[in-house]
Design a protein around this ligand. Structure first.
Ligand code: ATP
Ligand code: MG
Length: 460
């Protein structure tokens, strides 16, 4: 085989761990994003869009050197100018960087931002775990009070409720602050010293660098039942803050499960941390693309139950060179949230609105039919009702055009024939009822607005 024919025979595929979102899926993504946008707006959040790559150092400084993400999950590269960059593995670092860079603290007494975008992590692909995936997240700057923590949690809960997902748990904990966390850390490492010989390889490493992660180690965590937990070490202020958050949640009808072993993977959290999970994702099989080379995930690793996570990070803004502004935030995984909706069979039906098909009969009618197509497509009232218009197959026989209209599931067909053209009319055909009438061409738009009620075309 020649070099050329070898090259030509290569079949391109999406890179391992990435996936295409086809129109059926994008419809669900759009619905999820629309819900989130509307709701976050009600809570006073505004959208921010930051670049998908940032200076590598930003992630080192914000996420912490010993986190899983920094240690093994980042896509790091050098650009042509030799700058060390990374594809963003999460959204907070970039948003905080932008908050500082644009001096948003000075111009906004309250700064509440949300984002929607792809994130990149070089982890082993499994069901619900991709190397490029979408997150919807929010960051709230400048409110140190427990009301902000409760508000953020309630916003997430309201979103999941609005989506119709009821099987969700909201795990809540406080990781303490600079006063009490070091005391807890000492107590934890003292306790672990005696357990050291039995610890897994990862936890031996974690002992020195980040002993908190041992609490949620999948191997050692469940085995070490008597590990001390942070709640016995909270200082007075942290205790008061946590109690206030929980009592606000209770009063406002919020949900939470106090989970003293919840630690989260990132270093930047202070006090409140939370995780949203569901059992409906528990029993998924890994995707067939899981290759032997990287091994199949163990059953435990396979259950990607976490939908969203977040917490408070009062020292992060200062830590990466900004003013001393308290902050908190969260992010949800879009793929996992949609998987959960699908598993719970509460995914709303994706609606594409109403389709109108324009057909022509006879060569002389083509320019007029094409003009009509453009007129309908550019009409803002039809656009507002999500009425889409298809056509442009005028060279085919009329019967073939109607068959195509049927296959596309068009609701109505507008036919421009020779006779119609001469009389300034069109034939208006309802494909569902198989009825048709002649109407003046000028009346077509008002006729469409009459027969397609506002709700029919609107996407839920
Ligand atoms: P996990 O424990 O599943 O690794 P995480 O703690 O790394 O999650 P976060 O960094 O808190 O996750 O991100 C928030 C959400 O983003 C997760 O709850 C999940 O829904 C989603 N998410 C994280 N990593 C991935 C991934 N590789 N593929 C798809 N979604 C992801
Ligand atoms: Mg992870």
């Amino acid at each position: 085989m020649s070099y050329n024919s070898i090259v030509m025979s290569v079949k391109f595929q999406a890179v391992r761990g990435t996936h295409d979102l086809l129109p059926d899926q994008t419809a669900h993504f759009q619905q999820l994003e629309a819900r989130a946008r509307a709701l976050f707006g009600q809570f006073g959040f505004h959208e921010i869009r930051t670049p998908t790559f940032e200076a590598l150092e930003l992630f080192h400084r914000s996420l912490g050197e010993t986190t899983d993400i920094v240690e093994k999950e980042m896509y790091v590269f050098e650009d042509r100018g030799g700058r060390k960059l990374a594809l963003r593995p999460e959204g907070t670092a970039g948003v905080v960087r932008a908050f500082i860079e644009h001096h948003l603290a000075q111009t906004n007494p309250v700064c509440k931002l949300f984002y929607i975008g792809p994130m990149f992590r070089a982890e082993r692909p499994q069901a619900g775990r991709y190397r490029e995936f979408w997150q919807i997240g929010a960051e709230y700057f400048g409110n140190p009070y427990p009301e902000a923590d409760a508000e953020l949690l309630l916003m997430v809960q309201t979103l999941y409720r609005a989506l119709g997902l009821t099987d969700v748990q909201f795990k809540l904990n406080s990781l303490g602050d600079a006063t009490c966390r070091p005391v807890y850390r000492r107590a934890l490492t003292d306790y672990l010293e005696a357990e050291k010989p039995g610890l897994c390889e990862d936890c031996v490493r974690r002992m020195a660098k980040n002993p908190f992660r041992i609490l949620d180690c999948k191997i050692d965590g469940p085995r070490l039942k008597n590990l001390p937990t942070i709640d016995s070490f909270w200082c007075g202020d942290c205790r008061i803050h946590f109690k206030a958050v929980t009592s606000l949640l209770e009063k406002a009808g919020g949900q939470y499960v106090f989970t003293p072993r919840l630690v989260r993977g990132l270093d930047y959290y202070t006090r409140t941390v939370f995780e949203v999970s569901t059992s409906s994702l528990g029993a998924q099989d890994p995707p067939s693309s899981a290759s032997k080379e990287e091994g199949l995930a163990s059953k435990q690793e396979r259950s990607q139950g976490a939908l969203a996570a977040g917490g408070r990070y009062d020292t992060l803004v200062k830590q990466i060179g900004g003013p001393d502004v308290p902050a908190l935030g969260f992010a949800l995984g879009s793929e996992r949230t949609l998987d959960a909706l699908k598993a719970a069979k509460t995914q709303p039906a994706a609606s594409r609105g109403v389709l109108v098909f324009v057909a022509a009969q006879g060569e002389e009618t083509v320019p007029a039919a094409f003009q009509l197509l453009q007129e309908l497509r550019s009409n803002p009232q039809l656009g507002e009702r999500h009425i889409s218009v298809e056509g442009g197959f005028f060279q085919k026989k009329l019967g073939a055009q109607l068959t195509l209209a049927d296959r596309l599931d068009a609701r109505y067909c507008v036919i421009m024939g020779q006779d119609e053209l001469e009389k300034g009319e069109i034939t208006f055909r309802s494909l569902k009822e198989s009825t048709q009438t002649r109407i003046p061409r000028q009346k077509l738009i008002s006729h469409l607005l009459d027969v397609i009620p506002a709700e029919a075309g609107i996407q839920p």
